[in-house]
Design a binder for this molecule. Structure first.
Ligand SMILES: [Zn+2]
Length: 177
């Protein structure tokens, strides 16, 4: 099968891990989310060619929502067809973010926030020595985005251990006055 996932395709089909994948899970090399997502991708690959030729590098589950880190070209192909994400959300029973894999923190944030554009990323040091990462997004922050942004903050905290502060351009400008 052209689809590449963190566990064997056979395991993903049967739902039973082989000894090798079980050992990877026990060693923390793969997560239980990788297994759940791999099963969904194998199912979807039968009818969705974009998924059938994609590579899942890793995935994260945060409070029933999923982040799928794929190769950049695969993430772009999935984004081009909103119905693929919709099917993934049905199979996984949660919200899904498909992002391109990267080693840069800024890139990770940009991928995760997409289609919301990130204008700037700053580190803010607090008096107690802890730090926040402040992200500024364009315009005002529409009410309908608030839920999404809260979910994104939780994901970033969980996946990268980063405390995120998200401000709209307008909020950031008001602060400077
Ligand atoms: Zn296996």
């Amino acid at each position: 099968m052209p689809l590449r996932i963190p566990i064997c395709a056979f395991d993903a089909k049967t739902g039973i891990l082989c000894a090798k994948c079980q050992a990877k899970l026990s060693a923390g090399q793969i997560s239980s989310s990788d297994i759940v997502v791999s099963k969904a991708l194998v199912k979807l690959a039968e009818s969705v060619p974009e998924i059938n030729k994609s590579t899942l590098q890793r995935s994260y589950e945060v409070e029933g929502n999923y982040v799928l880190e794929m190769e950049q070209a695969d993430a772009n192909a999935v984004r081009a067809k909103p119905e693929i994400k919709q099917k993934l959300e049905e199979l996984l029973k949660g919200k899904v973010w498909v992002i391109g894999a990267s080693n840069s923190e800024r890139r990770f944030l940009e991928e995760l926030f997409y289609p919301i554009r990130i204008l700037t990323v700053n580190t803010v040091w607090l008096p107690d020595g802890s730090k926040l990462t402040k992200v500024i997004i364009p315009g005002r922050r529409p009410e309908r985005m608030r839920g999404e942004i809260e979910a994104l903050k939780k994901i970033v905290k969980r996946v990268k251990g980063i405390e995120l502060l998200v401000e709209s351009e307008r909020e950031a400008t008001l602060r400077l006055q």
